[in-house]
Design a protein around this ligand. Structure first.
Ligand SMILES: [Zn+2]
Length: 455
């Protein structure tokens, strides 16, 4: 059995792992590299392996850094089966066309060839099959696989492979991104225990979130402050999960009478489309969220909420007097309508920008969060004079304690032979690996890009 790290090694984004076992070549995730100024060049490079000889692709979840290069895989010759959970398959079918639009318009702007085209994307989507959690699939006489809820976004899956070779049975788990329970919407993590090998993400490998109990109060405080200043609250938000969780949280706060009445706009066509997909998979929600659905209140709607899918509707937000809340993509301010709102509202000290999701190194969101006094948006110099707040506890990612807990569960009975720390910046990955070695006596390593391991 051999494992090679073609992406996601010492990088948060670009997850792409090749497992060669039991006569099969199995890929897990094929994500876009994001954030770095070299991202475009890195994404454009060949994948580094013979795509046509890959038998299966397993997708952990529908974030672009896990699915964004799937059409490129198709373009390079992959024609195997793509497995994902049912919600992941449905969200991917909405998210990839949006990614394609961005790729095509960026390629036009620089007069270069796009990373892939519509044929590649449609070909790839046709290979995709949605499967329920905990259904064991047999891939060959030697290899079976089963998906477990990783609690990160709707449908996020830890894929657990079992390989039986000459009477020896080994298990390896690819959790993708790991959630930060309890989630307002999702069920708790379905831990995979007693495996031989694992990968573990490390986006927050060196950080501890605020207590979950404090986050609702922190959100309330930020909204009230902005309301009192008659300002605009900008919330850059990921279209998958962050936006839906935030809507549910605001709904609960409005319903309880805790919030001043102010208009809330969800200004992201992608988030709006994905919210519709969420509505189809309520059986994947936790009991509390299902209860709200049953109340007939409607899960993603409340009286002051307006969806603005079209451009004229989006522009109309400018005419609505503050105080108001604008939730828009992209989550790291790398494109999307949030840029229009940031151009307009960052320079005014009555306003607030609130970060609730991960900001990758090199992104505009990261620069603002790190305190930049001015930024460039659409070629214009924009001073940053508004208030800036961060609430880490709304993150969909486990913090260091949550990641250690995931490793501890996977290591039940001291089963782990090796733990590969991926999907984090170098420092975060090393910090997590150090703690896993010291505290759990686990052989934790941080693989390099392109590095292979015989297991
Ligand atoms: Zn993710």
């Amino acid at each position: 059995m051999k494992l090679t790290f073609y992406g996601g090694a010492t990088h948060v984004t670009g997850a792409n792992y090749l497992l060669e076992a039991g006569g099969l070549r199995i890929l897990v995730d094929c994500g876009m590299i994001q954030g770095s100024r070299y991202s475009d060049e890195m994404n454009a490079e060949p994948l580094g392996y013979d795509a046509a000889s890959v038998d299966y692709l397993f997708v952990t979840h529908s974030h672009v850094d896990h699915i964004g290069r799937i059409p490129k895989l198709y373009r390079e010759g992959f024609r195997g089966v793509i497995y994902a959970s049912e919600p992941t398959a449905a969200i991917t079918a909405v998210a990839l066309p949006d990614t394609l639009d961005k790729i095509v318009s960026e390629a036009k702007a620089c007069d270069c060839a796009p990373l892939y085209d519509r044929n590649d994307m449609e070909g790839a989507l046709a290979l995709m099959r949605g499967v329920p959690y905990r259904q064991r699939l047999r891939l060959s006489h030697a290899v079976t696989v089963e998906g477990h809820d990783s609690g990160h976004v709707l449908g996020s899956t830890a894929w657990e492979f079992t390989i039986e070779d000459q009477g020896v049975r080994r298990r390896i788990v690819f959790p993708g991104d790991i959630g930060n329970p309890p989630s307002t919407l999702l069920q708790d993590i379905d831990y995979v225990r007693g495996v031989d090998y694992m990968l573990v993400e490390s986006a927050y490998g060196s950080r501890i979130h605020e207590a979950r109990s404090e986050r609702r109060q922190m959100l309330l405080d930020v909204i009230r402050e902005t309301y009192d200043r008659k300002g605009v609250l900008m919330i850059p938000s990921f279209a998958v999960e962050r936006t839906q969780e935030l809507m549910l949280e605001l709904d609960t706060l409005f319903e309880a009478g805790d919030l001043p009445k102010m208009p809330v706009f969800v200004d992201s066509p992608l988030a709006i489309d994905i919210t519709k997909v969420y509505g189809r998979f309520s059986s994947y929600f936790n009991a509390e969220a299902r209860e709200i659905l049953k109340d007939n209140r409607g899960i993603f709607q409340f009286p002051w909420l307006t969806f603005t899918p079209s451009v004229p509707e989006s522009k109309h937000i400018n005419d609505v007097p503050a105080p108001k809340i604008v939730v828009a993509g992209s989550g790291m301010s790398q494109g999307g309508r949030i840029l229009h709102h940031e151009s307009r509202y960052l320079p005014d000290n009555r306003n607030t920008i609130l970060f609730i999701g991960y900001q990758v190194e090199g992104s505009l969101g990261r620069r603002i969060r790190d305190g930049a006094k001015d930024v460039t948006i659409f070629g214009n110099h924009i001073p940053v004079r508004c208030h800036m707040r961060t609430i880490g506890a709304y993150s969909a990612h486990a913090d260091q304690n949550g990641l250690i807990e995931y490793i501890r569960q996977a290591n039940q009975g001291d089963s782990l032979k090796k733990c590969f720390v991926v999907q984090g910046e170098e420092d975060a990955a090393q910090t997590l690996a150090d703690r896993a070695r010291q505290e759990l006596k686990v052989d934790a390593v941080v693989p390099r890009l392109g590095e292979s391991f015989e297991l």
